[in-house]
Design a protein around this ligand. Structure first.
Ligand code: M6R
Length: 341
């Protein structure tokens, strides 16, 4: 049932205030696997959006707890000659992705403790891994992940919060309301710009780099517009050659450690004539000066801004795809779960 929404994807995007709340509260000190409490290092593995959730985990865990994280694509870990020997977290909405499952099984063969983060109880990954953390997002019908991605990030944030002694509990208590508040953001100008483009660049720094990777994946899979994400500092090393007035750039530039350098990067991009859609603070004068379109991100704890920017980019992809008349819930050539290598 779409409950009055034109597509399951939009319905699932709008479920996210509740989904984040349940995901965060489903993990407690009592349910946290002992292997994570004892970990000196953690490997996280996933595919597609689940890999992006793992990448967010890496940035946040390393900075909150100083625990090193190795990040692997499910499809590539099998080629690694240096197996990991501490704890492996496999992130998979369906729990059936062949490559993520293979990575978990490789870990088990090497006597490594494994933890599954999944949405589906009794899925293959829950039957293989030593421990399971359920996301409780409810069934996701749209092929493009939205609420399951937010739930993965919510579960992983709560794991970090607990490992860090609850230092982010207060921040996380605002997650539900923060997402609710941005669902009604007017994105029409940004949608106009994107739906007329053939290529889009998504850029961010630090933890906002995987947020942009997820935003670009959403855009390409449902709108069929070529959307590429880069770490903002990497553009100078090649992709700058592609910038022109025909290649809009979408960037996150919120106050924080990367703010000044990000602003500098954006000025360099603007000088190549690129239209700029910036996600940032509404009354940021410097950003307003260079952005053609500013999508407001409420001031909040950085973890909350990871969530709100993610949802804004889901909505941008959704409305762009809708304005182009795309299929949205069942994009061409894609399946909801990929059970072959
Ligand atoms: O079920 P999984 O989380 O293991 O699926 C992994 C990817 O196939 C999946 O995240 C895919 O990238 C998304 N549906 C894209 O929106």
């Amino acid at each position: 049932m779409k409950s009055g929404f034109p597509h399951f994807m939009l319905k699932e995007i709008f479920e996210q205030p509740d989904v984040i709340h349940h995901a965060i509260h489903s993990i407690t000190e009592e349910t946290l696997p002992q292997s994570l409490l004892n970990a000196n290092s953690i490997m996280v593995v996933g595919c597609g959006s689940s890999y992006h959730a793992g990448m967010i985990f890496r940035y946040l865990l390393e900075s909150a707890c100083g625990i090193p994280v190795r990040l692997e694509l499910g499809s590539e870990y099998k080629y690694s000659a240096v197996p990991f020997n501490d704890v492996i977290i496999g992130v998979s909405q369906s729990g059936e992705t062949a490559d993520t499952l293979a990575a978990i099984k490789k870990g088990i063969c090497n006597n490594v403790k494994t933890v599954a983060v999944t949405n589906v109880l009794n899925s293959s990954i829950t039957r293989s891994a030593h421990d399971t953390l359920l996301m409780h997002a409810g069934p996701e019908i749209s092929v493009a992940s939205s609420k399951s991605f937010i739930a993965q990030v919510g579960v992983l944030m709560q794991v970090i919060n607990l490992l860090a002694g609850g230092t982010c509990t207060e921040a996380l208590s605002h997650a539900r309301q923060a997402i609710e508040q941005i669902l009604i953001t007017d994105l029409s100008k940004a949608v106009d710009l994107c739906s007329n483009a053939e290529h889009l660049f998504y850029v961010g720094r630090g933890v906002f780099y995987p947020v942009m990777m997820e935003g670009a994946l959403k855009m390409k899979e449902i709108s069929y517009i070529h959307a590429e994400a880069y770490a903002a500092g990497e553009l100078k090393h090649g992709p700058f050659a592609l910038l022109s007035p025909q290649t809009p750039v979408i960037a996150v530039c919120v106050p924080g450690t990367a703010y000044e350098v990000m602003l500098g990067n954006l000025k360099e991009m603007k000088s190549r004539g690129t239209p700029l859609i910036a996600l940032g603070i509404q009354d940021d004068i410097d950003l307003n000066d260079i952005a053609d379109i500013l999508i407001p991100v409420p001031e909040a704890h950085p973890w909350i801004q990871v969530l709100t920017t993610t949802v804004l980019l889901q909505l941008l992809a959704y409305h762009t795809a809708d304005s182009l008349g795309r299929e949205i819930d069942m994009p061409r050539n894609l399946a909801k779960s990929v059970t072959v290598e």
